[in-house]
Design a protein around this ligand. Structure first.
Ligand code: ATP
Length: 234
């Protein structure tokens, strides 16, 4: 369970997240949808400890985490796949993946996860000696996800996983997200692509100018008139 309690985040004087309260159960895929600048990335960056909240709490598995460092938050079991991939361009695919496990001491378990990721992402396995900056955009997105999984997280935060991908690749990404969840990991997606996010998710929330305007079951939200007009475009 990840819970945001009255979370507010400022950049200087500007408020990016305004008194957000949300909770998502463990073991499911959930999403926050919203348009450009709504504050979605800021929420994920705050959960990961990259940005400090100005007030409120973030509770993960019953413990407040908003004062922990990013490293401690990874150790608690939360991994972040940032927007725009951010792989290490001058490291190989294999090196990028291994960096994801830098806090783990159990070398045998790390090796097992590395092999499992190579099995799940054959395109990465074929390219394991290739530099990350020579991968296609979709392959870099897979690598960023694989790197996050190497941390053995229980919760995976994903910032716009469908961005910049072809329709075929978006469908593949959907399968990847479902399989990550099938391994018992929770996933919190933030997306502008409401259609994709809602079809993958159990629970969903709509963020507008830093505030939650709607929250509930993703399946029902697809039929909501405002969501359809503003975020699905039908
Ligand atoms: P997008 O989908 O376009 O990435 P978003 O919903 O993820 O948008 P955020 O990136 O969280 O939105 O941004 C929320 C607001 O905070 C925006 O007005 C943005 O300009 C502002 N903001 C984000 N990062 C910073 C920063 N480092 N310094 C100052 N303002 C920022």
């Amino acid at each position: 369970m990840i819970e945001l309690r009255n979370l507010s985040v400022h950049y200087g004087r500007a408020i990016a997240v305004n008194d957000v309260s949300l909770s998502f159960p463990s073991g499911t895929v959930n999403c926050i949808i919203g348009s450009n600048g709504a504050g979605k990335s800021t929420i994920l960056r705050t959960i990961s400890g990259l940005v400090r909240p100005s007030s409120g709490q973030i509770v993960f598995e019953g413990e407040p985490i908003q004062n922990l460092t990013p490293k401690q938050i990874v150790e608690r079991g939360i991994a972040h796949v940032p927007e725009g991939r951010h792989v290490f361009p001058e490291l190989t695919v294999e090196e990028n993946l291994k960096i994801g496990a830098y806090l783990r001491a159990d070398a045998a378990a790390v090796k097992r996860d590395f092999d499992a990721i190579c099995g799940a992402f054959p395109r990465l396995a074929e390219r394991r000696k290739q530099f990350a900056n020579t991968l296609s955009g979709g392959e870099q997105q897979m690598l960023a996800i694989g790197r996050a999984i190497m941390a053995a997280p229980r919760l995976v935060l994903m910032d716009e996983p469908s961005m910049g991908l072809s329709p075929v690749m978006v469908a593949t990404m959907g399968d990847i997200i479902r399989s990550i969840n099938a391994e018992g990991r929770s996933v919190l997606l933030v997306e502008q692509n409401a259609n994709v996010a809602l079809s993958l998710s159990e629970d969903a929330a709509v963020l507008e100018q830093g505030r939650i305007s709607l929250a509930g079951k993703a399946a029902l939200m697809k039929d909501d008139e405002h969501v359809r007009v503003a975020y699905i475009g039908v």
